[in-house]
Design a binder for this molecule. Structure first.
Ligand code: PLP
Length: 376
């Protein structure tokens, strides 16, 4: 696709999004699971009208996400936070359908503010997980995420409607997930039998090519029947994976042992997880067989800030555009103004080819993010 839009910008592709959503729909139909979009991963609400018909609602990690889900998505609004203040709970209680506390102390302190308004749950930490990196592993040593098994007793569940587990990160294997499910059923089953609902969190990559969706669905159905609970999943990445590119322009090419193409964007500001998780990006125009190798370097001041190393069939040229693939999940939600770089605009290419603008930013947005008032 070529156009004259000024770079950098994100382009969300509706057809690709619908492809993922159709798989989500199939999973729901086969299993009876309900799906709530994890706003922490993706909350570009300008495309929620595309997503809404397929999913049941949203889940959140902080008070503003609850409000956004309630306002812009509707359906069921799940509220979760690792740490609520009393004020947060008061604000959220009136607009959420389920309130999930991270600890027994938060449950004890705030449940009276929620009772009669929303269904009440806690997060449990099953102590096992499928997560690639320690930084993102909810079962890591000394984890603060959820109540540990040893701290549970049967009475706690008499006053609860549901629980949430989250223990996966980009888990592409149905068998792996089923092993976790079996372990949860065995160790927590007698507690779950007392509840109305169980959320199994996010990180189940059921839209990945070759994922055994039917096998997953069958296991979810069996689990929900065995424990007589409504099951939920909280997909983020699975919904939005491979649906959006970050489009950038090469602004310079420098050489120091290797050629580096400097583009008008930076991982630190516009694609932060590339840096945090040290996971190189992929470039749409690259070719494994290409003879021309470049570092795709960012225009931030951070010495190690680069998108990836990539090969191309032709030498890159200043002014040329590159598509940094799969740049939606945990990306637009983490944009920042480091270095005063121009913030990427956000567009959606509709299924009929029309390009619609969802957001654009200018110098005033940058300035306002830093101060609104100066000292007197
Ligand atoms: C509690 C919870 N639910 C859902 C998600 C969404 O996970 P993913 O985007 O990998 O599906 C996360 C991710 O960290 C999470 O912590």
């Amino acid at each position: 696709m070529s156009n004259n839009l000024p770079t950098p910008y994100f382009m969300i592709d509706e057809s690709k999004l619908i492809r993922n959503l159709e798989i989500a729909k199939q999973l729901k139909e086969l299993s009876g699971v309900k799906l709530v979009l994890a706003l922490k991963c993706f909350s570009t609400w300008g495309v929620f009208d595309i997503i809404k018909p397929y999913l049941d609602g949203t889940t959140s990690s902080g008070p503003y996400e609850v409000k956004l889900g309630h306002e812009t998505f509707g359906g069921e609004t799940h509220a979760y936070s690792v740490g609520y203040s009393e004020q947060d709970v008061k604000e959220v209680a009136d607009i959420c359908d389920k309130m999930i506390f991270n600890s027994l102390s938060q449950l004890t302190a705030y449940r009276h503010l929620v009772e009669g308004k929303a269904s009440i749950g806690v997060r449990l930490n099953p102590g096992v997980s499928r997560a690639g990196q320690d930084l993102a592993d909810p079962a890591r040593q000394f984890s603060r995420l959820g109540v540990q098994e040893a701290q549970l007793s049967s009475e706690i569940f008499d006053g609860l409607d549901g629980v949430m587990f989250h223990m996966n990160c980009e888990n592409k294997s149905a068998d792996d997930f089923i092993a976790l499910l079996d372990s949860i059923s065995e160790r927590f089953g007698h507690y779950l039998d007392k509840l109305d609902w169980v959320s199994l969190g996010g990180g189940v990559f059921f839209t990945w090519p070759g994922y055994e969706v039917e096998k997953l669905a069958q296991a979810l159905k069996q689990f929900s029947e065995k424990h007589a609970v409504q099951l939920y999943l909280e997909p983020g990445e699975a919904i939005i994976t491979k649906t959006a590119d970050l489009v950038v322009t090469v602004v310079d090419i420098v050489e120091n042992g290797m050629k580096t193409a400097i583009v008008d964007s930076a991982t630190e500001a516009h694609r932060l997880d590339t840096l945090i998780y040290n996971e190189p990006a992929s470039i749409g125009e690259s070719s494994d067989e290409g003879l021309h190798e470049y570092v795709i370097g960012s225009c931030s001041c951070l010495a190690g800030d680069q998108f990836c190393v990539a090969k191309f069939e032709q030498p890159l040229k200043i002014g040329q555009r590159l598509h940094i693939l799969d740049s939606a999940g945990y990306t637009m939600v983490k944009l920042n103004w480091f270095n005063g770089l121009k913030m990427p605009s956000v567009y959606c290419q509709r299924s009929d080819g029309e390009i619609q603008k969802l957001n654009e930013f200018d110098y005033q947005d940058f300035k306002r993010s830093l101060s609104q008032w100066s000292v007197k």
